[in-house]
Write a protein that binds this ligand. Structure first.
Ligand code: FAD
Length: 489
């Protein structure tokens, strides 16, 4: 039981600097915090789409949103448009808001299903404010979180911004390449990090933010990895930035291709593009060509290939080391959840901060909660691949027919047979499940009998009222482009 007075964060990508910012802000006066990073190695250089929990993280840190957006060239994001996922030339938008209006006994989808049967309902997304605002390229801050939003941001500018923020709270940055991690013979705890320069840095606790290398968590502590690539077979990505050719839209585009999908993330000053693909069905050269043939605007850098293995580190907290970011595991970026998982681990750690020394019960509880978080997100991502009508390539045939985790199989079956969805405890996604299930073409066989107690006219009035309320709100929103420009000035 050693008191935690000295923490080293190894790695200065998004994960390292987010950890430094939060620890510095909360504990900077009580604990010595040092971050080691290597300019020579650099960062993964992607990770530019986020989800609304980032707004919450920034509130905890009291980050000034205007300043943050200005410094990172950020735009607002209201959801993700999925193109060609259900079938070629079909699209739907997974928006951050709630769709329609639930009744305590039955979710809105039941009312919508009946409305569809009677021919009086628009498509599902029509009853979601964020979805309609996204499609019409509108945005404004509304009182009481009236419009749920996240950001598209420049990852390297975000790390720079957080570095300045963290240093303001006493975080010390050390430049250098880590060459060795020493562990104690007695209990296997990490004792020190040695740099190529020969400098040896000791600490009581270590946060591994070294990216896919996982220098501390895996290479020193041999924590182990659970591979999920049989469910999420994409193992490669190519990223390239391009000049903007039009006003930034307030949503990410995810365009399914023959063996993966392409992203487009519009920032104020440029567009982030990339292709996530499965190397078993598409080689790197063909992937590069496919991406470059499908971008608007001149490339601003050479395309870069990134290899990964989907899965999770068996423990996120092991001995006196916490893994944050890519060192903790990786789910591909389809629902922009990695930065969310970074902040989850940071917030959870701060809530369980082992000031008096590391205890096993904290470690076990931390790992239990972290496993819950990532497994639910994994299922949600697999859903997009598995529930599809696409049959036009080996890749899609594999995804459509593969075995999925039992937890997901149950959810799909339940929705198909009864139209019911449930939120499992504190899992991240809620309304999103029905948006994506319906978007991908999964239609329930039955609706809740409660809906049948309404006459056709009553149901029509109910649906129209929701739609009208959305129209009123849309009328007071600004154009996204103008709003960003004005807000960031
Ligand atoms: P890195 O950025 O790799 O940083 C590692 C750090 O460790 C660097 O500072 C490096 O210099 C340092 N380091 C490594 N080895 C040493 C050494 N020997 N000595 C000293 N320092 C060292 N997430 C989202 O939320 N949204 C997205 O849209 C999204 N898109 C993605 C797209 C792709 C293709 C990929 C692969 C990931 C994406 N992610 C996304 C995930 C996101 O990029 C990461 O979660 C995020 O960038 C955090 O990375 P990191 O800081 O853990 O690692």
């Amino acid at each position: 039981m050693k008191k935690i007075e000295n923490i080293i964060i190894a790695g200065g990508g998004t994960a390292g600097w987010m950890a430094a910012a939060a620890l510095g802000k909360l504990l900077g006066k009580a604990v010595k915090i040092t971050l080691i990073e290597s300019d020579e190695i650099g960062t993964v250089g992607v990770g530019e789409a986020t989800i609304p929990t980032m707004v919450f993280f920034h509130k905890l840190l009291e980050i000034n949103e205007r300043e943050f957006m200005r410094e990172t060239n950020a735009t607002f994001k209201l959801g993700i448009q999925f193109e060609n996922w259900r079938q070629l030339n079909h699209k739907y938008l997974h928006a951050f808001g709630v769709t329609g209006k639930d009744c305590w006994a039955a979710g809105f989808q039941h009312f919508w299903l009946r409305g569809k049967e009677l021919g009086i309902a628009e498509e599902f997304g029509h009853y979601c404010l964020e979805r309609r605002a996204a499609e019409e390229h509108l945005f404004s801050h509304l009182p009481n979180n009236g419009l749920n939003y996240a950001f598209h941001l420049d990852a390297s500018l975000y790390a720079k911004y957080l570095r300045k923020f963290s240093e303001g709270f006493g975080v010390r940055r050390v430049e250098g390449k880590i060459s060795h991690v020493s562990t104690a013979e007695s209990n296997g705890f990490i004792e020190a990090i040695t740099l190529e320069s020969g400098a040896r840095l000791e600490a009581d606790f270590f946060i591994d933010c070294t990216g896919f290398r996982a220098l501390l968590m895996e290479q020193a502590l041999h924590t182990g990895y659970e591979d999920w690539s049989h469910w999420l077979p994409c193992d490669s990505a190519i990223a390239v930035q391009t000049e903007s050719t039009s006003a930034p839209v307030p949503y990410t585009r995810s365009i399914a291709r023959t063996a993966g999908w392409q992203w487009r993330i519009p920032l104020q000053h440029r567009v982030g593009n990339g292709l996530v693909y499965c190397s078993q069905y598409l080689d790197d050269e063909s992937a590069k060509k496919l991406l470059l043939n499908n971008i608007d605007g001149e490339p601003l850098n050479a395309p870069r290939v990134i290899k990964f293995r989907t899965g999770r580190r068996l423990k996120q907290w092991n001995k006196n080391c916490l893994a944050v970011g890519l060192s903790s595991g990786f789910l591909e970026p389809l629902e922009s959840t990695s930065i969310h998982l970074i902040q989850q681990n940071i917030i959870r750690f701060l809530r369980m901060f082992p000031a008096g020394g590391v205890v096993q019960s904290d470690i076990d509880e931390f790992n239990r909660q972290a496993e819950f978080d990532i497994a639910h997100i994994r299922d949600f991502i697999i859903l997009h691949y598995h529930v599809t009508e696409r049959n036009d390539s080996e890749f899609w045939r594999y995804c459509r027919t593969m075995e999925v985790p039992e937890s997901l199989r149950h959810r799909i079956q339940l929705f198909k047979e009864t139209g019911r969805v449930f939120r499992d405890g504190n899992e991240l996604f809620d309304d999103s499940w029905q948006q994506v299930m319906i978007g991908q073409g999964l239609m329930p066989k039955h609706h809740h009998p409660l809906v049948d107690t309404m006459s056709k006219e009553e149901l029509q009035t109910f649906l129209q009222q929701i739609s009208k309320n959305i129209d009123y709100t849309l009328a007071i929103l600004s154009s996204h482009e103008e709003y960003v420009e004005h807000y960031c000035k």
